[in-house]
Write a protein that binds this ligand. Structure first.
Ligand code: ADP
Length: 504
């Protein structure tokens, strides 16, 4: 908007008419005082200021305007009827004017000047806007950078305070920070510590993890720069994401040598203890069996001997499980694989459980007339384990279902279903792990948490699958599936290489 300041209404009228005819919006003031008030309130692109006005002349108005920060840069064109000599012009410019026009006004010249100033004003305004937005962008970036720096410093102080070796890398996997502990293992803050020559190259493994974008968990042997001996470390690295994008990785190496050693000692103890227990127990079992066989049915002591035999068998199974665990650990669990019919194995397992737990009903469903290739004793062991767990963990509802079928991809599928205590989702993923028992119910039911671990190993070694579906309070369904025997002896070579199963 253009402000026209003149004490003569006819001058205002003619200027206003000319400018509006050329589409310039205008405002008017009939004195210097009124002009100053309006300038304080509004923003103008240009001020056309009459020099000769009573009270406050145009120069005084211009000088006052130059004191307002808001209007200091608004161009002013003086209108004057009088002197165009040098002194007048100088005063005009020093008081803050940008140009002048003498009366009578030449309309063309006036319009040319107005257009030029207006355009300059518009360009100036745009430049100011761009400058303001650039300034706020710079401020924003500075703030974000300061925040990032603060967060990085915070993270670094945390990583400095932990006993582990810690590092961060950029999204591309290049190391950007290492803590002090790192430098005991690597002479450079830019290269991973060197690892045992038998381990797979760490840089390669790291490269794969970065490319996959998945968290990395890895056990490896490393040693301190000043030590000869290698120790086991657990490397854990997590991607740090902003939205979906990985922005960095944070990783630690934790010394797990002592844990490993404790596990090694425990495994060794289990192995020695179960071997040592096995021999006397076998002798006890043999004698009690003889005793039971030779006793008259009418002998009142016979029931005690029978009960002893049941307990001895339980102990025998327990020790056999512990021996299996040791064999799995040392890679010595052997399988005696050959072709066999599955139906008799299943009937036998059901009969054994039925006899031991006479108050339970086992409902059999589906077709089991198939040939398998594998270790029949071990497959029976899995079914017995599933069935005895079903009995153990459903003390109230004494019905169990066992269903068998052949899947489309030629596998035998076996599922044991009970209506007992069930298992929560959070525990389902762990129950096939070694020594895992559901904590809430562990006190109510006896056990060591190794049966399912052995089942899992047996099924895996038969190239099969296993799992559980369950809902707490509504029972569980444990299943496994293994490939059927291929016709014309297709899948036999795996077994042929296996040594026969031994009990020692
Ligand atoms: P154990 O029964 O000796 O503890 P397992 O390895 O056979 O060991 O089972 C591991 C755990 O899985 C058990 O401790 C129990 O918590 C849970 N579990 C196994 N079978 C069932 C089942 N049928 N119903 C509910 N929980 C079960």
């Amino acid at each position: 908007m253009i402000l026209i300041v003149d004490d003569k209404p006819e001058n205002i009228f003619s200027l206003k008419t000319i400018l509006e005819l050329h589409s310039f919006p205008t405002d008017t003031a009939s004195s210097g005082e009124e002009a100053l008030k309006k300038i304080l309130r509004n923003s103008y692109a240009l001020i056309i200021l009459d020099v000769q006005m009573p009270h406050m002349d145009g120069f005084e108005v211009a000088e006052a305007i130059s004191g307002y920060s808001k209007a200091r840069d608004v161009p002013i064109i003086f209108l004057s009827a009088v002197s165009t000599d040098k002194k007048f012009i100088t005063r005009g410019y020093t008081s803050g004017g940008t140009d002048y026009i003498t009366k009578p006004i030449d309309t063309d010249i006036l319009l040319l000047k107005v257009k030029t100033f207006y355009r300059l004003y518009e360009q100036n305004r745009e430049l100011n806007e761009i400058q303001a937005s650039l300034r706020s962008e710079i401020e924003f970036r500075k703030k974000v950078q300061a925040e990032i720096l603060e967060r990085a410093n915070e993270l670094h102080s945390i990583l400095e305070s932990i006993p582990q070796i810690a590092f961060t890398t950029r999204a591309d996997g290049n190391i950007e920070y290492v803590n002090r502990e790192w430098l005991r293992y690597s002479s450079s803050g830019h290269a991973f510590p060197s690892i045992h020559p038998d381990e797979e190259d760490l840089a390669l493994q790291w490269g794969r993890a970065v490319a996959s974008g998945e968290p990395l968990e890895l056990e490896l042997r490393m040693r301190r720069k000043d030590q000869e001996q290698y120790r086991f470390y657990l490397l854990r690295a997590m991607p740090v994401k902003e939205g979906q994008k990985i922005v960095k990785w944070v990783g630690t190496f934790t010394d797990i040598e002592d844990q490993k050693e404790a596990v090694r000692k425990k495994d060794e103890f289990i192995s020695i203890a179960s071997h040592e227990l096995k021999t006397p127990l076998t002798t006890i079992k043999a004698y009690v069996q003889l005793l039971e066989r030779d006793m008259e049915e009418t002998n009142p002591v016979k029931t005690y001997v029978e009960r002893t035999l049941i307990q001895v068998r339980k102990l025998d199974n327990l020790i056999a499980d512990l021996l299996d665990i040791s064999k799995i650990e040392s890679g010595k669990l052997k399988f005696n694989k050959h072709s066999f019919r599955f139906a008799p194995i299943l009937s036998n397992a059901i009969e054994m459980i039925g006899q031991t737990y006479a108050d339970y009903t086992i409902v059999r469903k589906g077709d089991a007339e198939v040939d398998l290739y594998g270790d029949e004793i071990r497959i029976e062991q899995v079914i017995l384990n599933y069935l005895s767990n079903a009995v153990k963990y459903s003390p109230d509802i004494k019905e169990i279902e066992i269903e068998t079928s052949v899947t489309k991809d030629n596998h035998l599928y076996v599922a044991v279903k009970d209506f007992g205590i069930g298992i929560g989702k959070e525990n389902q993923a762990h129950i096939f792990s070694k020594f895992y028992r559901v904590e809430d119910t562990a006190n109510r039911f006896q056990g060591l948490g190794i049966g399912l671990y052995i089942c899992a190993e047996i099924i895996r070694r038969h190239q099969g699958k296993y799992g559980v579906e369950s809902e707490p309070g509504h029972g569980s369904l444990f299943y496994f599936s293994i490939p059927l025997k291929r016709s014309a002896g297709g899948n036999e070579p795996t077994g042929a290489a296996e040594a026969p199963l031994t009990n020692s």
